[in-house]
Design a protein around this ligand. Structure first.
Ligand code: GDP
Ligand code: MG
Length: 163
């Protein structure tokens, strides 16, 4: 498998919802609660005649904040190693959190293409709120709503250029 797209980010930003939309599978578990063990999920996707594998890096065991953050760091490091492209999902409704900053620092050091995906942009009134994510220092931002699918086509147009 050569084209691998890894979805990373802190909990509840919408990684699994995006994964489901890209792979149109129901295998990734989407739920509203933290504290459960979730595995990494691999699915296949296609865009503009490119086939690729999508990894939902949702797997973690959340017993305490520390364990939680260590697990997320591990997922990010694995993604940096094995992915061709990394989708770093953030949440427009919360803005940048400390954990977002920490993940961004790790990703800035990687040599892989990173796309900042600003999720939960369900309506146009939130466009201005998305601008803050430029300060993560990872370049262009891609505003999407994983729920409605809005913006995902524009994102994938750019992602497949890296295959
Ligand atoms: P994960 O923990 O990063 O995998 O996040 P999930 O995919 O489980 O989503 C967390 C919550 O955010 C769920 O309640 C989703 O329904 C919600 N969510 C995901 N994408 C969107 C979106 O585009 N808009 C809105 N309003 N909610 C979303
Ligand atoms: Mg998830």
């Amino acid at each position: 498998m050569s084209n691998i797209v890894a979805i990373v980010g802190r909990p509840n930003v919408g990684k699994s919802t995006l994964y489901n939309r890209l792979t149109e599978s129901r295998k990734a578990i989407v739920d509203d609660f933290s504290g459960v063990t979730r595995d990494r999920h691999y699915g296949v996707a296609e865009w503009l005649n490119h086939n690729f594998t999508v990894i939902d890096t949702g797997g973690y065991v959340a017993n305490s904040d520390d364990v939680f953050e260590v697990a997320i760091r591990e997922q990010v490091d694995i993604a940096i190693e094995e992915a061709s492209v990394i989708l770093f999902v953030v949440d427009v409704t919360t803005g940048i959190t400390d954990l977002d900053d920490e993940i961004a620092t790790r990703l800035r050091k990687s040599k892989k293409p990173v796309f900042v995906v600003v999720n939960k942009l369900d309506n146009n009134s939130q466009v201005a709120d998305a601008m803050v994510f430029y300060s993560l220092g990872l370049g262009e931002i891609y505003s999407i709503s994983s729920m409605t699918g809005s913006g995902t086509g524009e994102l994938l147009d750019e992602v497949v250029k890296h295959f």
